[in-house]
Design a protein around this ligand. Structure first.
Ligand code: GDP
Length: 329
């Protein structure tokens, strides 16, 4: 028996971009009935053997992410690869709008039949955006895209969230003096596989070369990651505007991806990510249940007072609240 969801799944598998857009809209929907359909769609498509290379890309506003993705994406489609671009935009949590949502940012790539660009879902919670983006990644993968680029502005937790759904994580930075190096949080350096110093052109070229050397030095001080070849993580210069260094950056990404595939690190990383997201979903679900259950809310309130006044121990009081959630649905 074929139903609406199976037809949609078939169209997504066939690489129909409009169907893919509709499928993503479905997984982004907050409506309960849509959620149920979305879950089924994702289950139907879960058996897909297709695997894209998922590349996370982060950088502060103005560093050149859109320019880079446009140039890099077009280079890849010219090589015959199909490229999807998704975004996790933490600012949408604050403004309700999406700064990464502007399709006109990447006009040439947006018109390319081998590319698919999806703006960031507007959501009030970064956790919600993460889930929807993750689902969108799975849909793009099932639709046969070779590369899925997941873009984020480097603020707050969004880099970690994106790194947790990527096979490779690329950090785009601007040329700057040694002081700026401090500006990149150590945690971000630790998750970056490739640091690309953009705008290595014109007057900035020399500064960019120095910046690359600074970062290369800093990266060497970090412990070599298990499962990675010599020389990684790596810092390289690029110019998104001139297109310089893009093929070298792609060669490095491909080399790292190949290496990780061969060693089994790729599979292990995906397995760990899947487990992480599963556990995250369970936690979020529990939290939702708690928030949606008026009795539990009231108990939280009452017990919260008792704990604050020292009449109950925090752990025991928490067990009381959790016991109310058990078993019900
Ligand atoms: P985003 O906010 O990270 O998406 O950055 P954009 O792609 O919008 O670029 C911000 C500004 O930097 C724009 O004025 C771009 O033209 C400029 N820009 C981007 N890439 C380069 C580059 O490789 N070289 C130079 N010189 N400027 C660039």
């Amino acid at each position: 028996m074929t139903d609406e969801i199976e037809i949609l799944a078939g169209a997504v598998r066939a690489g129909d971009r409009r169907a893919l857009a509709r499928a993503i809209t479905l997984v982004e929907s907050a409506r309960e009935d849509h959620r149920a359909k979305a879950d089924r769609l994702l289950e139907v498509l879960a058996d897909s053997e297709r695997q894209a290379l998922r590349i996370g890309l982060s950088g502060t506003p103005g560093v050149g992410k859109s320019t880079f993705i446009e140039a890099f994406g077009c280079m890849l489609t010219e090589q015959g690869l199909r490229v999807a671009v998704l975004a996790v935009d933490p600012s949408s949590a604050r403004t309700g709008g999406s700064i990464l949502g502007d399709k006109t940012r990447m006009e040439r790539l947006a018109r390319d039949p081998k590319a698919f660009i999806r703006p960031s879902p507007s959501q009030t919670q970064l956790g919600g955006v993460a889930r929807r983006t993750r689902d969108a990644v799975a849909l793009c993968e099932a639709a046969g895209f070779d590369i899925v680029l997941i873009e984020t502005v480097g603020v707050g937790q969004s880099e970690t969230i994106v790194a947790d759904m990527s096979d490779l994580f690329v950090l785009l930075i601007a040329p700057a003096g040694g002081d700026e190096l401090q500006g990149v949080k150590r945690g971000i350096m630790e998750i970056a596989d490739l640091i690309l110093v953009n705008k290595a052109d014109g007057a900035l070229k020399q500064v960019a070369t120095r910046t690359v050397a600074d970062y290369a030095g800093a990266l060497r001080l970090l412990r070599k990651r298990e499962g990675d070849p010599e020389g990684y993580p790596k810092a390289m210069p690029v110019s998104a505007v001139e297109g310089a260094g893009l093929s070298e950056a792609w060669a490095a990404m491909s080399e790292l991806a190949e290496f990780r595939r061969d060693t089994g690190f790729w599979r292990a990383r995906r397995a760990a990510q899947a487990r992480h997201w599963f556990e995250d979903e369970v936690r979020q679900g529990l939290l939702r249940r708690l928030q949606e259950d008026p009795e539990a809310e009231a108990a939280m309130d009452a017990l919260g007072h008792e704990v604050a006044e020292g009449r109950r121990a925090p752990g025991a009081a928490a067990s009381d609240v959790l016991a109310r959630l058990g078993g019900s649905d």
